[in-house]
Design a protein around this ligand. Structure first.
Ligand code: DCP
Ligand code: MG
Ligand code: MN
Length: 306
């Protein structure tokens, strides 16, 4: 958002980039998902805050920014760097594990395993493809391409092709691109495609269909990550909501659902009885239904960063 004064703040001082790096460290190397989420939440807050932040103290009044993160903001504002991050940069094993997790399909656990098997570089990986799944081999092959952002217009073209080809098989298929694209972002990391069909319902089918694939619009363009999920018709709106994100937004909405005695996931919204055991899924006929039932103020996809 170029109207966001924190943009210039971010660009000049790199606070958000720095906190994001800490977040990645917590996820990939420390494997502390709670700290990861805490940092992600802080970044989401800073990125959408409408005025320029001048101190950690000021940031502390914002949701998701507590004592520890506000101190880091101050340290960064005053010194232009973070001790903690400098130390991480010095640490060779952290750097290697971090690199390995950048391969699509390699998570923190696998990266750690590869590292303890002596894999130090992407070249080592290329020589040890027997250690990798098909997904990870593709991730390695297109390592550079997959790190490039995808412009909105290109996703739109791919969307049209998917819709044309799939409805040619059966016009009753419904296809929607979710993720950051549906949130209106000018660029995305991948293409999050959700497909459903009125005859495909959760009472008749329970196999999960998910493809982490790749596609290329033409030979002059990079190969893109194409994430496709085929979801039951009765779970469509919960899936669309989940798959649209952002992950920080999903986290908050789920926490709110719990406060209202509901459990929300990518498939269903279910009431929690006094025993805490989830009941039968609530019937949902739109995304808005989900917001209404748990009494959460409706947000358009473009407003779901936080
Ligand atoms: N999601 C989630 N929690 C996760 C991973 C994903 O809630 N741990 C949901 C929210 C995301 C959506 O799935 O918005 C799609 O995941 P992506 O990783 O593709 O994220 P985005 O599409 O939001 O961003 P990007 O542009 O990087 O693809
Ligand atoms: Mg995405
Ligand atoms: Mn995705």
């Amino acid at each position: 958002n170029s109207n966001n004064p924190n943009n210039d703040f971010c660009e000049f001082l790199g606070v958000n980039v720095t906190i994001l790096e800490l977040a990645e460290y917590e996820k990939n190397i420390n494997r502390n998902i709670h700290k990861y989420q805490a940092y992600r939440k802080a970044v989401a807050t800073l990125a959408t805050y409408p005025t320029r932040i001048k101190s950690g103290h000021e940031a502390k009044s914002l949701p998701g920014i507590g004592e520890k993160i506000s101190k880091k903001i101050d340290e960064f504002l005053q010194t232009g760097k973070l001790k903690k991050l400098e130390n991480i940069h010095q640490d060779k094993s952290s750097q290697i594990i971090n690199l390995l997790t950048r391969v699509s399909g390699i998570g923190p656990v696998k990266a750690q395993k590869l590292f303890s098997d002596g894999i130090m570089t992407l070249d080592d990986l290329r020589k040890n493809q027997d250690k990798l799944t098909h997904h990870q081999i593709i991730g390695l092959r297109y390592f550079d391409d997959f790190e490039k952002r995808i412009p909105r217009a290109e996703i739109h073209e791919i969307e049209n092709i998917l819709k044309r080809e799939i409805t040619e098989v059966d016009p009753k298929y419904e296809i929607i691109i979710c993720g950051s694209y549906r949130r209106g972002k000018p660029e995305s990391g991948d293409i999050d495609t959700l497909i459903t069909h009125p005859d495909y319902t959760s009472d008749k089918f329970n196999k999960k269909h998910k493809i982490m694939g790749a596609c290329r619009l033409n030979p002059d363009l990079p190969t893109r990550r194409l994430d496709i999920r085929f979801q039951p018709y009765d779970q469509y709106f919960c899936s669309v909501l989940y798959f649209t994100g952002s992950d920080v937004f999903n986290q908050k909405m789920r926490a709110h659902a719990l406060e209202k005695q509901f459990t929300l996931n990518e498939y269903t919204l279910r009431p929690l009885g006094c025993t805490g055991i989830p009941g039968e899924p609530v019937e949902i006929t739109s995304e808005r239904d989900i917001f209404d039932i748990i009494e959460y103020p409706y947000k358009k996809p473009e407003e779901r960063e936080n």
